[in-house]
Write a protein of this length. Structure first.
Length: 412
């Protein structure tokens, strides 16, 4: 004899199979009714509730769709899945741009004020308890752990609500390439559900860099520059993304100037983490100095053949090569002497900045490059950190010695 939970599982599976068969036969109204029967048996089934809502849209029933989407948002909020809740609230506002309950819940998610179920609108609260059978015991939702959402929470409620309709939804499957290393991107991504792998091509091999999951962002530099992608991002599971394209971002900035400042700060902070990996000499900086560095960092995209640093000129920046390869040339009256190439992670311009003298060599892009530029005055203001000063001085002396030795060998 089957236990009650086993019997219930069989009933739910049979009902789902029936609903899927009706969908395949384009009997949408009957399929919706079948899925609704599933929800009576298992009101916490978010996948089925999403299907009911989607079918309401296809059947021209916006009120029914909104009711189900609201219930789904309520469930996701209490389960601590803010990115998924935002993605569903976005759909509600596409159906009804002035929907106040969806806007209020979004505001609570963004400012972190959603702490208990009583903060949810009635349709959302009902979704947590609606059932024709005794629901299983459920531990209280850990809403205190509902984290603030990076970047989105900083935009402010009005700016975010204006942005939301412009976010595109993208569903990906395992193995799908979302962004390819070296391509010029035009969008950033937020992971609603699923996971992705970030990887780089190095020496003919592919090296995994990171795994990202719900709530993570990637590709944000594409909003500010037309720099090539630093890495490839591949979906490792089926997932859902929110996509913000550069054009939509620029529209947002025209109406909310502060949004551009926030996104630039966010991108610079991410850039600083890359800089710290490329140039460990900056790791010892205190929070105040890191903040100053973040505000001052510039990202520059340089074409192949362009000169970043020119011998004989006094540079105004210190550079870190984030992507690409640069040639180094020392010019004499007789000829130009090629020095060892610079690769990703290399930095240059320190000799001229420390001594106040003109640059001792020309640095030219052998391929398209992306560099981080630190203004001279900012770098000098950080030299009270002994580790940074010693590292720069040692590097400068090493390069000067190498240049002298190379020139001496030419004379001999």
């Amino acid at each position: 004899m089957k236990s009650r939970p086993a019997e219930l599982a069989v009933r739910i599976r049979e009902q789902k199979d029936r609903a899927e068969e009706l969908c395949a036969r384009s009997k949408l109204a009957a399929a919706r009714a079948a899925y609704q029967e599933v929800l009576l048996l298992d009101p916490g089934d978010v996948t089925t509730r999403r299907r009911v809502a989607d079918l309401c849209v296809r059947l021209g029933d916006p009120a029914g769709a909104i009711e189900q989407y609201l219930a789904l948002v309520g469930r996701l909020v209490t389960e601590g899945a803010p990115m998924q809740a935002i993605a569903i609230a976005r759909v509600i506002l596409q159906i009804d741009p002035g929907h106040t309950e969806a806007q209020r819940v979004l505001g609570a998610l963004l400012d972190g004020s959603s702490r208990d179920r009583t903060s949810l609108p009635p349709p959302m609260r009902r979704a947590l308890t609606a059932s024709i059978i005794p629901p299983p015991l459920m531990a209280p939702a850990d809403l205190d752990g509902l984290r603030r959402i990076p970047l989105f929470s900083e935009l402010g409620r009005r700016a975010f609500l204006d942005l939301l309709p412009h976010l595109e939804r993208r569903v990906v499957v395992a193995g799908e390439v979302i962004a390819a290393e070296g391509e010029v991107g035009d969008a950033m991504y937020a992971i609603v559900a699923g996971t992705v792998r970030v990887e780089r091509a190095e020496g003919g091999a592919v090296r995994p860099i990171a795994e990202l999951g719900e709530g993570a962002f990637f590709g944000e530099m594409s909003l500010l520059t037309r720099a090539p992608r630093f890495a490839t991002v591949v979906a490792t599971t089926q997932g859902e993304l929110l996509v913000l394209r550069r054009e939509a971002f620029e529209d947002l900035v025209r109406g909310h100037a502060h949004a551009g400042t926030i996104v630039r700060r966010f991108c610079r902070a991410r850039l600083l983490s890359n800089l710290l990996r490329a140039a460990p000499m900056f790791e010892g900086l205190q929070a105040e100095d890191r903040a100053r560095l973040v505000e001052a960092l510039e990202v520059r995209t340089c074409e192949a053949g362009s000169e970043i640093l020119r011998q004989g000129e006094r540079p105004e920046h210190f550079y870190v090569l984030l992507r690409g390869r640069c040639e180094v040339l020392h010019h004499t009256p007789e000829a130009a002497r090629a020095m060892p190439d610079m690769h990703e992670g290399a930095f240059f311009g320190e000799i001229a900045l420390l001594t106040g003298e003109p640059a001792t060599a020309t640095v030219r892009c052998a391929v398209p490059c992306v560099v981080a530029a630190v203004p001279r005055q900012v770098l000098l203001s950080l030299l009270h950190h002994r580790k940074l000063l010693v590292a720069l001085a040692a590097l400068g002396e090493k390069r000067l010695t190498r240049t002298r030795e190379a020139l001496a060998s030419d004379i001999v």
